[in-house]
Design a protein. Structure first.
Length: 533
């Protein structure tokens, strides 16, 4: 080095690990509303049966058809749900479907013949007409009725806006069973779903996939027929209806092809929605460039306004409240179409696969739209939130919704973990890992665990990463580093710099964090970066 006094500063590459407070602009609160914050503002409902009501592991559901008739005077639902279920055991004599007993099952039919069933508090046990062998298909029609009782985050609501009835659903994590019979577990994706909703003819209905028909009925109602032909899990199925205003933008993903972005919003919010939601076109371009083409491009993307606080990443159409029209909420929910919808967490323990990755989508968008400085500014702000978290990112207890959807750990520390992984393996290998994970036929349009993601990263990077995931996903807290340095004159007129680094963790899981820490050694003539392990 040159014969000048050196200064040593910590580079913000492993941002979660540094002790000084990061400098970052505060993120506007209205841009950070999302599902877990809506829960914090609500009465913290818990579905007490959720831990014990297990989805039927003897069948693989391949198709659902929801044929619903919804009235708002009185508030009532009548439904017929058709279930195609394939036996995955040698002798299948019965099938159990998740359904809360606030709804009454009138009958269950197979091929037009009635079957015997018992309705339990959280499920319907159906006795089949014979024993079905491995691979045989069972087609059930379940007829039911009632007024759904909302639980969790507000699974099915009869509300209103400006005196007009407004009905919507939000099933994550355990709430599909509150309004339709199904195998209510993220592990089992149906190959396709049809959602038919009959309502008064001055209302419009939003749902998944493509709108294939609107059929007028002689009783002043009409039936919206939506068709989702990509695999989908139960909590991502939704409907909402009211006197929506609609408008369509277009995402041009090739010189000759475009996809509609269809928006269902309240008439009183139309002007605001046109202005705010138009930003999604840039987001689609940025995410498609970074992660691969929007996965449901042959159908649509869009937004449907609902009355629940926050937003929800229903497949092909985000549901959101007006105050969630903020830029980074839109980016977060759109990122879920890749992380959460295309690849879904295999169990709720791995929820960070959905939420941590979608949170990281916020900073991917910031980088693509505004540049690397904005990326780091937002990442540093999220690091501060992550530091307040308690417990691991991986959630062993999936019955406590507050902990399951914990903002500092699942969302913000999940983001921080991906930010650090990007530094550990490098930009190119990091994004190659994300794209490989999303395109892997074992997980694409399926489900994945933390270990599945780790395995992909190891294959792509050529590095063993147990140590990284053990401390940042399965472990808790973070290290606080301190360092000392000295510069001793060298015989050639320069200096020899000595840096000593120590850490405290405040936890035994892990007792010591192994991380590469970058130091930048600066002089008047040049900067040198060294990495300490």
């Amino acid at each position: 080095m040159n014969n000048v006094m050196m200064r040593v500063i910590v580079a913000c590459c492993c941002l979660l690990c540094f002790a000084p407070r990061a400098e970052a602009q505060a993120i506007p609160q209205n841009e950070k509303f999302s599902l877990e914050e809506a829960e914090a503002r609500s009465a913290s409902h818990r579905q007490t049966y959720s831990a014990s009501a297990l989805a039927d592991t003897n069948v693989d559901v391949t198709y659902y058809k929801l044929d619903l008739r919804i009235t708002t005077s009185p508030n009532y639902l009548r439904g017929k749900v058709t279930v195609h279920a394939k036996s995955i055991r040698p002798a299948l004599a019965s099938v159990s479907l998740d359904l809360t007993n606030t709804l009454t099952v009138d009958s269950v039919k197979l091929g037009g013949s009635r079957l015997q069933f018992i309705q339990h508090p959280a499920a319907v046990a159906i006795q089949l007409n014979r024993s079905y062998g491995h691979g045989e298909m069972v087609v059930l029609d379940v007829f039911y009725r009632g007024t759904p009782v909302s639980t969790g985050f507000g699974t099915f609501e009869f509300g209103e806006h400006l005196g007009t009835p407004w009905v919507w659903s939000l099933s994550e994590p355990y709430g599909a069973r509150d309004w339709w019979p199904c195998k209510d577990h993220p592990m089992d994706k149906a190959d396709s779903v049809d959602v038919w909703v009959t309502c008064r003819n001055d209302f419009k209905v939003a749902s998944n996939g493509k709108l294939v028909a609107i059929v007028s009925n002689p009783d002043s109602t009409h039936t919206y027929q939506w068709s989702e032909r990509y695999p989908i899990t139960t909590y991502l199925v939704f409907m909402s209806l009211t006197n929506y205003a609609t408008f369509t933008d277009w995402f041009r993903y090739s010189p000759t092809d475009s996809m509609p972005v269809i928006n269902y919003v309240l008439p009183e919010n139309l002007a605001d929605a046109r202005d705010s939601l138009s930003r999604v076109i840039d987001m689609l371009r940025i995410f498609s460039d970074r992660l691969g083409l929007y996965p449901f491009v042959t159908e649509k993307f869009g937004h449907a306004e609902f009355g629940r606080g926050g937003a929800m990443e229903h497949q092909t159409m985000t549901s959101l409240v007006r105050y969630a029209f903020g830029e980074y909420v839109l980016a977060h929910e759109l990122a879920h179409q890749w992380f959460g919808d295309l690849v879904t967490c295999a169990s709720w323990r791995d929820l960070w696969i959905n939420e941590g990755f979608a949170a990281y989508g916020e900073v991917i968008y910031a980088e693509g739209k505004y540049g690397v400085a904005t990326y780091h500014s937002r990442a540093r702000a999220d690091m501060e939130s992550a530091k307040t978290g308690v417990g691991p990112v991986y959630k062993s207890d999936t019955t406590n919704l507050r902990q399951l959807f914990d903002q500092p750990t699942v969302y913000r520390k999940g983001l921080a973990t991906l930010h650090m992984l990007r530094h550990v393996v490098g930009d190119s290998l990091f994004f190659r890992s994300l794209r490989s994970f999303l395109s892997d036929p074992r997980y694409r349009f399926g489900v994945a665990t933390t270990e599945n993601f780790k395995d992909v990263c190891e294959v792509v990077s050529g590095r063993q990463l147990d140590w990284f995931f053990d401390q940042w996903i399965y472990g808790e807290k973070y290290p606080r580093y301190s360092y000392t340095w000295q510069a001793i004159p060298d015989t050639d007129g320069g200096y020899i710099a000595t840096i000593s680094l120590s850490q405290t963790t405040g936890t035994s899981n892990p007792a010591f964090f192994t991380m590469p820490i970058d130091f930048k050694i600066s002089s008047a003539s040049r900067d040198t970066t060294v990495v300490l392990l």
